[in-house]
Design a protein. Structure first.
Length: 217
């Protein structure tokens, strides 16, 4: 099976050589599928037996509230997994997944990953270790986001988020991986309210920004 270069960056395939990946995807019975912009890959409440790996394009994880309004929880970029926690936990998916642009996904059956194959494939133990590491890191990420959302004011949420990015990127100048609307969705606030807070922080000389480039002063 021919595979896109983005798959070689997927953390599920850490410690697996690029020339071994083609045989591994065949062993996992991975299925490639292309989705158009705004097409829904997974509906909330849907039971899952497989998880996805984005090989091209970009997906959004959406959560709907009781009014029917959708909030973006995160973006999924090439080389990243999605829905693996629900599959491993044998739970219906509580979020929806939508293609933000034309995208390509490789679907992996969970049973194929966890069960040794007839060929006595050497990759399964490494894949299991990698999957455990991915789930642990996802938990750390969600804990970090929860830390931002539990701040008392939107101003404190914004500062908490930018400070975290500064620590991760090792610089007071950071790149926010969202446009303004998606940043507002990530921080669970209204876009206009976010723009107001950013403007106030800029006037006070605490930050400088242009589009998604920010500097903490």
């Amino acid at each position: 099976m021919q595979y896109p270069a983005a798959l070689s960056t997927c953390p599920l395939f850490d410690s697996i050589l690029p020339d071994e990946l083609s045989g591994l995807l065949s062993c996992l019975n991975a299925r490639r599928h292309t989705y158009q912009k705004h097409e829904i890959l997974i509906h909330a409440g849907e039971p899952l037996q497989r998880f996805g790996i984005v090989s091209a394009g970009r997906l959004a994880i959406l959560k709907q509230d009781h009014t029917g309004r959708s909030a973006i929880l995160s973006d999924i970029m090439p080389g990243e997994l999605f829905a693996e926690a629900f599959v491993c936990g044998e739970m219906p998916c509580s979020v929806s997944v939508e293609a933000c642009e034309k995208s390509e996904v490789f679907w992996v059956e969970y049973t194929h990953l966890m069960s040794p194959c007839d060929k006595n494939c050497k990759f399964h133990r490494q894949l299991t270790l990698n999957l455990i590491r991915i789930l642990a890191r996802r938990n750390v990420f969600l804990t970090g986001r929860l830390e931002h959302l539990t701040q008392r004011t939107l101003r404190e949420k914004v500062q908490s988020y930018l400070e975290e990015l500064s620590q991760k990127q090792g610089s007071p100048s950071v790149t926010v991986p969202f446009d303004r609307q998606r940043m507002a969705d990530y921080l669970a606030c209204d876009r206009s309210a976010l723009s107001y807070v950013l403007s106030q922080l800029k006037k006070e000389g605490l930050i400088r920004y242009h589009k998604n480039q920010f500097t903490l002063l």
